[in-house]
Design a protein around this ligand. Structure first.
Ligand code: FMN
Length: 145
């Protein structure tokens, strides 16, 4: 079965609370596990970047609920494509928050080596947008070393 991959960015509502972020992550982990959808969610205090990987109909269904969520705006898909296999195998919905002091993790298994794996994946068949995301990840996670 081929894997559908969707990467998007969005902007958090400025009044997003810690409780709201926890509830987003809780729903993501619960629903995505049932649908065997994996990936990660990165939040830098302003913007989200999320990768969803799984069966196309499941990824699209989850993305539709995300699109309608009022806790963020300006949802913009950056990559949508079918692949033979998951690019980031064996990840649950890892969650990472990057703040100005570097990297802070909560409830997830995201770490710098995963981010750099993604950064290098995005550089393959690079488009200008992929390079921007790749540079973003490399820079953000380089700070955590
Ligand atoms: C940035 C962001 C990322 C989200 N990611 C997911 C996700 O990966 N999976 C998911 O089911 N819901 C995600 N949500 C939450 C959904 O929009 C929605 O609130 C949730 O799916 C409702 O689930 P429930 O009815 O089971 O509580 C996300 C919301 C935001 C704002």
């Amino acid at each position: 079965m081929s894997i559908f991959q969707l990467l998007y960015t969005s902007t958090a509502q400025s009044d997003s609370s810690k409780a709201e972020l926890d509830s987003i992550l809780e729903a993501a982990q619960r629903n995505n596990a049932k649908a065997n959808v994996t990936g990660f969610l990165i939040f830098d205090g302003v913007n989200f970047i999320q990768l969803l990987e799984g069966a196309e109909r499941d990824v699209r269904r989850i993305y539709q609920t995300i699109l309608e969520d009022k806790r963020h705006t300006s949802v913009e898909p950056l990559l949508q494509e079918s692949k033979a296999a998951r690019s980031l195998s064996n990840w649950a919905m890892a969650y990472t928050q990057i703040d100005k002091d570097g990297l802070r993790q909560s409830g997830g298994s995201m770490n710098a080596s995963y981010a750099l794996e993604l950064a290098s994946m995005l550089k393959q068949n690079a488009t200008p947008m992929r390079l921007i995301i790749s540079e973003f990840l490399s820079a953000a996670f380089a700070k955590s070393k």
